[in-house]
Design a protein around this ligand. Structure first.
Ligand SMILES: Nc1ncnc2c1ncn2[C@@H]1O[C@H](COP(=O)(O)OP(=O)(O)O)[C@@H](O)[C@H]1O
Ligand SMILES: O=P(O)(O)OC[C@H]1O[C@](O)(COP(=O)(O)O)[C@@H](O)[C@@H]1O
Ligand SMILES: [Mg+2]
Length: 328
């Protein structure tokens, strides 16, 4: 029997990610289709605390499937990390008789959701929405595919000028302590080398790789640096390499926040729709503290705890091996 759930709220939290709007649309419409009153919380957990919670209908999510960002806005909310913040947020939900909360966000969002659910018994379902792809239990997080497409479009343009000027470029990409964006972007853009937070790559090794390319008539090279690399960012690494390897003029590009914006790819629109639909159905079954995710092209649930703690970085080792082989 379906638990007696009448009101569900949805929010987006942490870094925005392309596909969040497609996901909000799916959540709101699936809820309404099932006779639920749907609410949108503005600015993530900050909106729960500030009581910024508004009813949504099917038309509130019209014409957003193709938009980047999030119509619900997002925030990094320090107050929600305090006991008082959790209590205020709960009081605001209770005042509206909201019995279920769907959070779209990354590892921080899930950590907060878990504390909130444990403390106040609210039914919470998580949807993995972050460009970083740093959660277990979903092969892809929402926004990751679009971010990679954005990155390779930028790298392609840099390659044009790198090649014309015979230059070596160090390009820094996002991902916090996850090298997923860097690795896939390196393969898709044909980069000469990639530096990842999860792997030690010495400057010696990198220089040897670049030397080998130069000795076989490579006239330009692209090195992708993941922002979380232990030896520092792209500027630091470029400086160290330059001291030892001087075949090319060297330049650095930090791609920055352009990686988080833009219209979602078809993959992220479909993923957002599937995950939003699945999240509402989970909450209507009475589930709580679960994440819905994509595994092998099927939707599965994973406990939020496992999504966070069994956090094996999802680096595809075969891709890493390939970067070395395909860039000779
Ligand atoms: N330990 C925690 N307790 C409560 N809330 C948390 C906790 N950690 C993170 N959050 C909430 O989740 C928000 C989003 O986390 P953040 O790490 O910034 O982004 P993401 O969810 O994309 O990883 C934080 O701003 C904060 O409001
Ligand atoms: O926009 P901000 O606050 O500078 O955060 C930058 C960080 O956010 C991200 O773009 C996304 O991370 P989250 O999904 O954890 O928020 C990271 O790749 C990057 O390190
Ligand atoms: Mg995160």
């Amino acid at each position: 029997m379906r638990p007696n759930i009448k009101n569900i709220a949805v929010l987006t939290s942490g870094g925005d990610a392309p596909g969040m709007n497609a996901c909000i649309r799916a959540v709101v419409r699936t809820g309404i289709y099932n006779g639920i009153n749907m609410f949108g919380v503005l600015q993530g957990y900050q909106g729960l605390i500030n009581n910024n919670i508004n009813p949504m209908d099917a038309r509130s999510v019209s014409n957003i499937i193709h938009l980047g960002g999030t119509i619900l806005k997002t925030a990094r909310c320090l107050e929600f990390k305090t006991e008082e913040g959790l209590d205020i947020a709960f009081a605001n939900l209770k005042a509206r008789d909201i019995d279920g909360l769907i959070v779209i966000g990354g590892d921080g969002t899930f950590t907060g959701a878990q504390r909130f659910a444990k403390k106040h018994g609210v039914k919470v379902i998580g949807i993995p929405g972050t460009i970083d792809n740093d959660l277990s239990g979903s092969d892809f997080t929402l926004g990751y595919d679009t971010a990679i497409n954005t990155v390779i479009e930028a790298i392609d343009k840099i390659r044009d000028t790198a090649d014309s000027h015979d230059r070596l470029f160090f390009i820094e990409v996002m991902g916090r302590d996850s090298g997923c964006i860097a690795l896939r972007s390196a393969i898709a853009s044909g980069a000469e080398a990639v530096l990842l937070p999860e792997r030690e790559t010495s400057v010696d090794e990198l220089v040897a790789q670049l030397e080998s390319g130069a000795s076989t008539k490579k006239s330009s090279s692209i090195v992708i640096v993941s922002e979380g690399h232990k030896d520092g960012g792209a500027y630091d690494i470029a400086k160290k390499v330059k001291e030892r390897f001087n075949h090319y003029d060297t330049k650095v590009t930090i791609l920055g926040h352009l990686q988080r914006g833009g219209s979602p790819s078809s993959f992220d629109r479909i993923l957002g729709s599937r995950l939003g639909f699945a999240a509402v159905n989970e909450i209507l079954k009475g589930s709580t503290m679960q994440m819905v995710g994509l595994r092998g092209n099927e939707i599965h649930t994973t406990s939020i705890e496992d999504a966070l703690t069994k956090h094996s970085f999802k680096l595809e080792n075969d891709l890493l091996e390939m970067t070395k082989v395909l860039s000779i």
